[in-house]
Write a protein that binds this ligand. Structure first.
Ligand SMILES: C[S@@+](CC[C@H](N)C(=O)[O-])C[C@H]1O[C@@H](n2cnc3c(N)ncnc32)[C@H](O)[C@@H]1O
Length: 391
């Protein structure tokens, strides 16, 4: 079962555990359960179900076994060791405590390992077993911190809406000039062709053991493509360079800004192919805080210089220096895979044909962890609208 399946299928849970805390040799790792009562909006039944989903070992196993993810975080902690050693860190959503322990091993003076899920019980044990703790009950963060670390990214970057918790932690505890890891994120979209996938789910019904089952087609399309799909594609499925849907600067982003994200896009297909839908993926970058007064952010992405005509493509000023966790189709696979929004019917596009429209991603009013997707697309004189919910 994937991370998303666990999050979406979680039953109602309870968060009744006491805050707990631990500290020890050189590094002081404090494990607590961060109650959302401290944050706004207050914890709902959906939040409780969400945190309950993170009490299952499988979701943590999947994340930790994702070596691209975990080793990139470790590399970032090593890169910023001089900003972590002797400093106070908060790990927002510590899970099993792995990133907190990496920070303690990097010499942090104290790490507040915060999690609202019952997995905090195991985190405490893991910290103890690694001689990084001594249990202290009922701890709250009552000091400013030098570093915030968090693995908050959901599918399509914004699903789960966990970034809001990082923003809350930043505004409450981070010292001016403090470090946030990761520091920046980019969500991309690109048109894709995926004939095998379409045939497997749809064309299959045209001839089933010699029987014409085409009557199944409307239902098959609805069941296969109504919701976004989390799947792995390759660079060969992608019809042109991606478009930047959203650039997030974790030093400045606001909760309000994430409630709804709208972008207009324009692509030019690089080949003749059936267009089956759009793929979404993201990168996060581990950078320091603002360094140049002439730059509005410190990211090495040249977003502001990119044209808004669908030819947007990430460009790094110094690719050797930036530590980047990428979930792009051309990069090694991660547990996030890519998120696909398929059309019910493909559109035949010619080389250089324009594909344009707009996209709005908004937090669901029913459950802010879910994401409403409003997609408008037009090509070859025909236009469509597709509404879906990532739940
Ligand atoms: C994606 S997991 C990351 C776990 C761990 N940091 C790792 O890298 O393996 C996110 C964790 O954040 C926790 N979490 C999400 N929102 C939170 C909040 N507002 N307060 C406390 N914990 C939160 C979840 O319970 C979950 O354990």
């Amino acid at each position: 079962m994937s991370r998303r399946d666990r999050v979406r299928r979680a039953g109602r849970g309870s968060r009744s555990r006491d805050m707990r805390d631990s500290h020890n040799n050189g590094g002081d790792v404090r494990v607590s359960e961060e109650h959302e009562q401290q944050q706004k909006p207050p914890c709902t039944d959906f939040d409780m179900a969400y945190f309950h989903s993170y009490a299952h070992v499988g979701i943590h196993e999947e994340m930790i076994k994702d070596r691209v993810r975990t080793e990139t975080y470790k590399a970032a902690i090593t890169r910023y060791q001089s900003s972590i050693a002797g400093k106070v860190v908060v790990d927002v959503g510590c899970g099993t405590g792995i990133l907190s322990i990496f920070c303690a091993q990097a010499g942090a003076k104290r790490v507040y390992a915060v999690d609202a899920s019952d997995i905090a019980v195991q985190a405490t044990e893991v910290v103890k077993a690694n001689k990084l703790s001594e249990v202290v009950i009922d701890v709250e963060i009552d000091e400013e911190v030098d570093v915030i670390i968090s693995e908050w990214m959901g599918y399509m970057l914004l699903y789960e809406s966990m970034l809001g918790s990082v923003i809350t932690a930043r505004d409450r505890w981070l010292k001016p000039g403090g470090l946030i890891l990761p520091s920046h994120a980019m969500l991309y979209m690109a048109p894709i062709t995926h004939t095998d996938r379409y045939s497997d789910s749809i064309d299959f019904w045209r001839n089933v053991y010699g029987i014409d089952m085409s009557a199944m087609l409307p239902l098959a399309k609805q069941c296969a493509f109504e919701e976004p799909c989390v799947e792995t594609i390759t660079g060969e499925n992608v019809l042109t360079w991606p478009h930047v849907v959203k650039h997030v600067d974790c030093y400045t982003v606001t909760i309000h800004e994430l409630e709804s994200v709208t972008t207009r896009y324009k692509f030019k297909s690089m080949m003749r192919a059936p267009l089956h839908g759009f793929a979404f993926w993201f990168d996060v970058e581990f950078n320091g805080p603002i360094v140049s007064p002439t730059n509005s952010h410190s990211s090495s992405w040249l977003v502001d210089n990119l044209p808004l005509d669908g030819t947007q493509r990430r460009k790094r000023t110094n690719p050797n220096e930036a530590i980047i966790l990428s979930t792009a189709p051309e990069d090694p696979p991660t547990h996030w895979q890519q998120t696909l929004i398929y059309f019910y019917d493909p559109i035949e596009v010619e080389q250089d044909q324009l594909i344009e429209g707009s996209l709005t991603l908004s937090q669901s009013k029913e459950n802010r962890r879910f994401m409403n997707i409003h997609l408008e697309y037009a090509s070859g004189g025909r236009s469509f609208v597709k509404e879906s919910v990532m739940r």
